[in-house]
Design a protein around this ligand. Sequence first.
Ligand code: RIB
Length: 295
Amino acid sequence: MKVLNLGSINIDYIYKLNHFVAPGETISANSLEINPGGKGLNQSVAMANAGLNVYHAGLVGVNDSEFLINTLQKYNVNTDLISKIPSQTGHAIIQVTQSGENSIILFKGANHEVDKNYIDNVLSQFNAGDYCVLQNEISNIGYIIQQAHSKGIKIVLNPSPCNNSIMSCELKNIDIFILNEVEGRQITGKTDSLEILNELHSRYPHAKIVLTLGAKGSIYKDSSCEVSCGIYKADILDTTAAGDTFTGYFLYGLFSNMPIKDVLEMASRAAAIAVSRQGAAKSIPLRSELEPINS
Ligand code: RIB
């Protein structure tokens, strides 16, 4: 079984601030860091740090992206399917407050030049039974889902950020959903977390569903079980990529056939370490840092 992550690659500009900029306000940042990021790249790093062999596919600009590809390679992610195009690499402007909260502006850049030809080429390298991991920071997500499903490739969807392009996808073809309450609300129209979970399960009864609940932990549901898990306490420095870390570690645990309770605990522990560190990809721990849950 091979794991493909067809996802975004961003340059993150992280500004540390005393508070988020208000409308009409101008404030000075306390610091600026320029780091590799993007939900796609972060999730590939998390899966690789957990112990999976991952193929990352996606598009970047010709002139500004070498350090991003080097970063993925440093974390042992296979980058052979990434293409450079005459465009600007996607980037994110991230405000981080003193309490570690963030707010993000995305510039789509090359991430939104992912077209059907590129997708067909990438998917031609994978077969039935392989997995394709998706977020919602690249173009043509609906087409990827359609084509991957028709080839028998299993699809993992983290519908983040959730918008109309997600709502127009054939979500019945998703094998694994990993989403937070905001995304769950947008997809189901329900507000209560259990109602969101039950609504997703009744719409997509064959899917495995993980709903993350912020400080309240996470819940997993499939056709045979429902399991919940709390969070690990951490001194929060920067919450950026906490969800990506959870996703990568969850998939590692699931693909390794660990008991679901242990999978959720491991993913929560990894996310707790990530929030105690600054940055996105670089905050994601190695599995050896997760003792004692380190099978
Ligand atoms: O999930 C965190 C990521 O969201 C950041 O790295 C940023 O690039 C945005 O895509």
